[in-house]
Design a protein around this ligand. Structure first.
Ligand code: CA
Length: 291
């Protein structure tokens, strides 16, 4: 076992850890994004996670993390709060605007306020440095198990109806029947109560609506709709997204549902489900104050 010090003078422990159950097999390795600017700790995490069959990507800056997560969404993020470009808590807030998978904070900041801020910002767990690798790995397994459970439950109940239908302002979008009708309309066949979208608009809208709350990258949208080789024609997307907003959004100049993530892509933001957010935060708040 070895002890190291990070740039804030915090000591942390680095050792190979062999305890704990093996991770269950998956179709693919779970992807973990490690956001840590301390080179030696970053390497330690990389080695330990790879040894346990995680597909690991490391990055030392917050903006780098945002770009990587947008390009290829990881299944979990482990992040330091003291980063060279943006504060880790800010990074969590940015990620949570469109990113759902679990986030574990790994930080030398031990005050309850730091923990509460990070958990309120959307982190799922908080490990303080110095830390024992085995505990971090156990916490990672725990958040991944919870996430998998959530996904299964979502598959059973919500996803099907949600993936095929969406409400955008006054409009209800039905992907299966290719119809846009007034939400709550009693007479959906009435032409005044429905909207026409072009095939291109449908193709874009479908890609966004089927992933509610998630960032869909520019390159993915462009190649899915216009085919290979079109990934640089971001002007096509801007044009058609603007048209979709004019048709669907109440205020196209200030869209609420079809959002731009500058430089990265677009996102369909459904109406937030405040009950779910509250349920997720309450136990975490209790956990943070009792630790
Ligand atoms: Ca740091």
């Amino acid at each position: 076992m070895s002890w190291l010090q990070d740039e804030q003078g915090q000591r942390f422990q680095l050792r190979e850890h062999s305890d704990g159950p093996a991770r269950p097999d998956h179709d693919r390795l779970p992807r973990v994004l490690v956001v840590e600017d301390h080179a030696e700790l970053q390497r330690g995490l990389l080695i330990n996670l790879r040894a346990r069959k995680y597909d690991v990507t490391t990055v030392r800056t917050g903006y780098g993390a945002l770009a990587l997560a947008a390009r290829r969404a990881p299944d979990a993020v482990i992040l330091d709060l003291g980063l060279p470009d943006i504060d880790g808590t800010e990074l969590i807030i940015e990620l949570r605007r469109w990113f759902r998978p679990p986030i574990i904070v790994l930080s030398g900041r031990t005050s309850p306020d730091n923990k509460i801020d990070a958990l309120d910002a959307g982190a799922d767990d908080y490990v303080t440095k110095p830390f024992v690798m085995g505990e971090l790995l156990a916490r990672l397994r725990a958040v991944l198990r919870r996430e998998e459970g959530n996904l299964h439950r979502a598959d059973d109940s919500l996803t099907h109806s949600r993936a095929e239908r969406a409400v955008i302002g006054r409009w209800q979008v039905d992907l299966a029947s290719h119809r846009v009708t007034r939400a709550n309309s009693a007479a959906p066949s009435d032409s005044a109560e429905s909207l026409r979208l072009t095939p291109t608009e449908w193709a874009i809208l479908k890609l966004l609506v089927q992933r509610p709350g998630q960032l869909v990258g520019q390159a993915h949208l462009l190649t899915s709709v216009w085919g290979p080789g079109s990934q640089h024609h971001t002007n096509y997307l801007r044009f058609h997204i603007a048209r979709l907003r004019r048709k669907l959004e109440d205020n196209p100049a200030r869209p609420r549902y079809l959002l731009t993530e500058p430089g990265m892509g677009y996102r369909y933001q459904p109406e937030p489900d405040y009950t779910q957010i509250q349920e997720r935060l309450d136990p975490l708040r209790a956990l943070a104050t009792h630790r």
